[in-house]
Design a protein around this ligand. Structure first.
Ligand code: AHM
Ligand code: MG
Length: 344
C-alpha cells in the first residue's frame, strides 16, 4: 500500500542543494562557486554523521593519542572529522584558506586564481561527550579574502570580525542530523533524510522566540562567575521575569540549537580556569552569533557584540552570551549595572 504522505509528491522535499542554488540566484552574476563550496560542507558533514552514528561499533571511540594546539586531547573522531572537512573543501577551488580547531594554524588550501574564500570550522565540537552518546556538532564560518591580503599569510584571511561572515552554520548530530545555515538572508534548518541521503528543508526561516523558558550555563562554576553573571542568573532563578528551567547538555551546538528553536539564553562566562571564556571566537562564537542575529536574537561577549570583536589570533577564546531578545536585554541591563557600579 502506498503511504498517504506520498499524495503530496508534487510538493516534494526541498533539498539543501536546491535551497542553496535558489539562494544564489538572488545574486545576478553568481558563478556557482559559493554553492559548490557549501555542498562540500554538506558532503563532509554527511560523512561525519555516518561515523558518529557508528560510534561504539567501529573502534573509533576514545582518544587519538595526541594533544591539539590548545592542549586538549584529540579524540579519534576529531581527527577523522577534521580530515574529512579538509578533504571535501580541497576539491572546492574557491577555498583558499582553512582554519580549524584541530589545526595549529590557519593554512592555505588552494592557490588557484578562483580562491577567494576562507572556511573556519570546528569539525566536531563537544567530542569528549561522544563516548557517552551525547549530541555533538560541527560549526563553520565563511569569510571572503579581504582586499589587500597577501599570498604569504593565511591569518590575514581569517582574522576578520564576525560581521564579515558571508555564511555560517552548524550541524547537530542529535536524535536526527540537522544542518542550520545562513547566508545573511534568514536562517534555515534541514534534516538529513537517511532514506535518500539528503538534507531536506524542515525549518524554514527560523525565528528565535522573543522570550524562552530556559537558561543554559554550567552552574558548577557559578561561584567563579563575575558578579553580574551571578546576579543575572539569580534573577532568572528568582522567577521575577519568568519561570525558568535550567538546561545544560555541555555540547554547545546542541545547547544553542535548543535555544534557537525554543528561545532562552546560553551562557559560557569567564571562569577561574578560563578567564577569557572557553569557547573559541572564530569557529564557535562567530557562526553561532551570526545565526542568532539572523533569527532575531543577539550575542555578546559580555561587553560587546560578538560580531564586532576584532580577532587577534585563530584560536582566541571568548565569553559567549547568546539568546532571545528578552533574555539578552535583561542580561545587558545586569552587565550595564555592573559597569556603573565598578566605575564609581
Ligand atoms: P571542545 O571544543 O573542546 O569540544 O569544547 C567545547 C565544548 C562546548 O561544546 C561546550 O559548550 C563546552 O565545551 C562545555 O564546557 P564545560 O564542560 O566546561 O561546561
Ligand atoms: Mg569545539
Amino acid at each position: 500500500m502506498i503511504p498517504q504522505y506520498t499524495e503530496n509528491l508534487e510538493t516534494a522535499a526541498l533539498t539543501i542543494q536546491q535551497h542553496i542554488v535558489d539562494e544564489q540566484r538572488r545574486f545576478p552574476g553568481a558563478t556557482g562557486e559559493f554553492s559548490f563550496l557549501l555542498s562540500g560542507l554538506t558532503l563532509a558533514t554527511k560523512k561525519i554523521q555516518d561515523q558518529v552514528r557508528r560510534a561504539g561499533i567501529n573502534n573509533i571511540l576514545g582518544e587519538f593519542g595526541a594533544v591539539n594546539v590548545q592542549g586538549e586531547s584529540q579524540q579519534i573522531l576529531d581527527v577523522y572529522s577534521n580530515r574529512v572537512m579538509i578533504q571535501s573543501l580541497s576539491s572546492r577551488k574557491s577555498v583558499g584558506v582553512i582554519a580549524s580547531e584541530e589545526e595549529d594554524e590557519a593554512r592555505f588550501l588552494n592557490d588557484s586564481p578562483e580562491a577567494k574564500y576562507a572556511v573556519i570550522f570546528d569539525p566536531l565540537d563537544g567530542s569528549s561527550n561522544i563516548d557517552v552518546n551525547v549530541s555533538v556538532g560541527t560549526t563553520f564560518s565563511i569569510v571572503r579574502r579581504p582586499a589587500g591580503a597577501t599570498d604569504d599569510d593565511p591569518n590575514q584571511w581569517v582574522l576578520q570580525k564576525g560581521a564579515k561572515q558571508i555564511g555560517a552554520g552548524y550541524v547537530v548530530y542529535g536524535s536526527s542530523t540537522v544542518m542550520v545555515y545562513t547566508v545573511g538572508n534568514g536562517v534555515h534548518g534541514f534534516t538529513l533524510d537517511p532514506g535518500i541521503g539528503a538534507f531536506v528543508l524542515t525549518h524554514e526561516n527560523i525565528r528565535m522566540p522573543r522570550q524562552g523558558k530556559s537558561y543554559s550555563v554550567n552552574e558548577a562554576y557559578f561561584d567563579n562567575f563575575p558578579q553580574h553573571y551571578q546576579d543575572y542568573i539569580n534573577h532568572l532563578r528568582s522567577g521575577e521575569s519568568g519561570n525558568y528551567r535550567s538546561r545544560y547538555i555541555g555540547s554547545m551546538v546542541a545547547d544553542f540549537h535548543r535555544t534557537l528553536l525554543r528561545g532562552g539564553i546560553f551562557i559560557y562566562p569567564p571562569t577561574a580556569s578560563h578567564a577569557s571564556g572557553k569557547l573559541r571566537l572564530l569557529y564557535e562564537a562567530n557562526p553561532i552569533a551570526m545565526i542568532a542575529e539572523q533569527a532575531g536574537g543577539f550575542a555578546t561577549d559580555g561587553h560587546s557584540r560578538i560580531l564586532e570583536v576584532d580577532p587577534k589570533e585563530v584560536h582566541q577564546r571568548t565569553p559567549l552570551v547568546v539568546g532571545s531578545q528578552h533574555e539578552m536585554e535583561l542580561f545587558e541591563e545586569f552587565a550595564g549595572r555592573r559597569a556603573k557600579a565598578s566605575s564609581v
